[in-house]
Design a protein around this ligand. Sequence first.
Ligand code: NAG
Ligand code: NAG
Ligand code: NAG
Ligand code: NAG
Length: 701
Amino acid sequence: MCGILLRVSKEPIKKPLCIPQPIQTLQGCSDLSSEIWDTTDPDVIKSFLQQGEKLRPLSPQQVRKLNSLDELRDLTKQLAKVKNNVKLLQEVKEDQVRNIQDQIDDISREDEDNYDDKNHHHTDVNKHGSKNKEEKEDREDKEIESLIYKTSNRGPNYLNYTQFKIDDNYYFQSFSAILSLRQPFTKQPIFKDEFVLQFNGELYNSECLETNDTQYIIDLLHSKIKSNKDRKSAILNTLKELSGEWAIILVDLRECRVYFGRDPIGKRSLCYKVSYDSNRIKEGQQQQQQQQQQQQQQEEENEKEGIEIIISSNSGIGFLECKNEIYEYSLAHNSKGLISHKLKEVARPTFELPDERVVLAELKKQLRAATKIRQDSIHPLTHLPNESALAVLFSGGLDCTIVARLICELINNSNGHTSLDLLTVGFENPRTLQAADSGPDRKLAIKSWFHLCHMFPKLKINLVEINVDYQSWLSHKSRVKELMYPCNTEMDLSIAIAFYFASSILPDLTSAKCLANDNVSWEEFVNNQEKYTIKQEKYLSSAKVMFSGLGADELFAGYSRHEGIFNNINVDNISGDESNYIELAESLNYDIEIIHQRNLGRDDRVMSCWGKELRYPYLDEDFISWVISTIPPNMKFKYSFAKDKKGKNRLVPIRKYILRKLAEELGMSWVSQELKRAIQFGAKSAKLEIGQSKSKGTDSL
Ligand SMILES: *[C@@H]1O[C@H](CO)[C@@H](O)[C@H](O)[C@H]1NC(C)=O
Ligand SMILES: *[C@@H]1O[C@H](CO)[C@@H](O)[C@H](O)[C@H]1NC(C)=O
Ligand SMILES: *[C@@H]1O[C@H](CO)[C@@H](O)[C@H](O)[C@H]1NC(C)=O
Ligand SMILES: *[C@@H]1O[C@H](CO)[C@@H](O)[C@H](O)[C@H]1NC(C)=O
């Protein structure tokens, strides 16, 4: 995995100050003169990482809030009491409520975050005229440096900064940071056939399991150029063949175009910002300024011309997230702006009912294959045999427990590593003083972990518990907001911050458990947990790859909105439910189509900052196509009726039916009945903002 960054400008651009001197000059690289700096020196890299990890100090108001938690809790209790007091006169009550709420607000309010521009998608670079040029350049320097640091966090093994230009027209700055997981370790960017390639991803095409994937793309592109009618078709046809999780930036030096985008699901993050300049004047043209000004303003109205584009795994103010498509940005004629190309469509759903047992067997096989290919390709460079090479984001629920179970089986059958980390996160609740390890996810995680340990006594399965206190939450919050941008709702934050800490490497928050006795029964264990566990404080997971169960809810109908489609079912006559199932199938397809925007970009940005990468077995492209075209919606969502107390028929829904069957098939009946709980509720990261007036999850922060 890596972080990639490319900046292309029609004006000369300065080397960022954070790139150390000297920088080596290479001539003859495709007739380009390029300047390069790169390093594998851990000390140098460390200084970059530290810059990226820097947390903003708590503001005086935040400190005050932290010191007033007891008072806040008191006030919150008082408030509830007043509100529930039926004897109070309405007016008196309102008065008291207002009074207490004001006190609460005064303590719990937070200072405005500066990181909050919402609508400036396209910044006018030169809005304030050239007298502010220095100020503006200063701001741009800071922006690019901040992106460079964030990019470094994603790839802590190798950094490469390269700048080059085409004639005196186009100026390029590229920065790549690589986390090496595979041998041989490919350095970036790659120049070949007048292309410059930056690639962040993992490919599972069978041909490239033997070679490195960046090389594979370049070779494929090379062969496509010979067989396609033009360079653009060659590029798009190459990208269509890539199978895996990736984001890419590819510059075509010959035709002066930049192609960039994400895989057809959108598993890796990529963001961009185009800057437009209306009246920037090139050096040496100063005198003509007067005459030209009028004309230029005219042109500006007619045709805004992009003068600079920045594309990055991370984002900054004004950035937009790429869709699950490939964008084409032409440097020469940019009047059309960006053109986007869709590589693949989601498969068409089936409504034919196959035999359940056949489907189950095939489902197991397909999901196992998608998991195996993601596990096989991890060859960490430095790992001790007793360290875990991989981890699972683990709430203990259905989706991730199935993934964990399949991984255990694979490890159990191999001769390599025998250790696995299950990562579970919880948040302290400052309002109720509920401890971080007492949320519903934790209880479930312990149960599922215990049963997995029982199933696989040969393995060392660590339950890695990350317990986040309120102060840590407060300290890291602004970093998470910055990383997840342009996602910016309350709900985004509560989900993102849970994932951020789940993947963190913060020893003070982290401990690991393993089971001391494989023979103890669950009933015995659950009442004497301390006795039967070996606990290691300040544990740091060495796994660089994390598996996630994301995608199961989208593929198999796990959300309440899916269930909602069946609200209007007539309990006395269900023969009309075809239309509900058609709607469900459409809704599921849409969920897959949009998951890049709802989840994947955000989650990638907040988790990769720890130098770890995510893999999603359920979001394997072949697996998705197979599920959609083989499993009809009425094997995903099922319902029956039961009489309630009044003797009326009520709908009893079963979400993710076939996946629950799979869990049973895999010997995990303990989890097959589990209800769905969103991470922000399971880990209790939602609504940590204490005392604040109510806001909807979808409100912007
Ligand atoms: C990537 O793989 C190709 C093919 O195996 C090899 O020729 C090349 O040297 C590798 N690149 C690096 C940087 O190791
Ligand atoms: C860094 O990237 C440049 C291409 O931009 C390449 O020529 C150079 O070899 C890379 N550095 C290393 C050590 O691979
Ligand atoms: C784990 O591997 C052992 C052989 O080493 C095998 O006997 C056992 O059945 C395997 N367990 C599971 C659950 O697959
Ligand atoms: C049940 O619903 C179907 C379709 O909505 C309708 O054609 C049929 O007549 C209904 N049957 C009864 C018994 O109401």
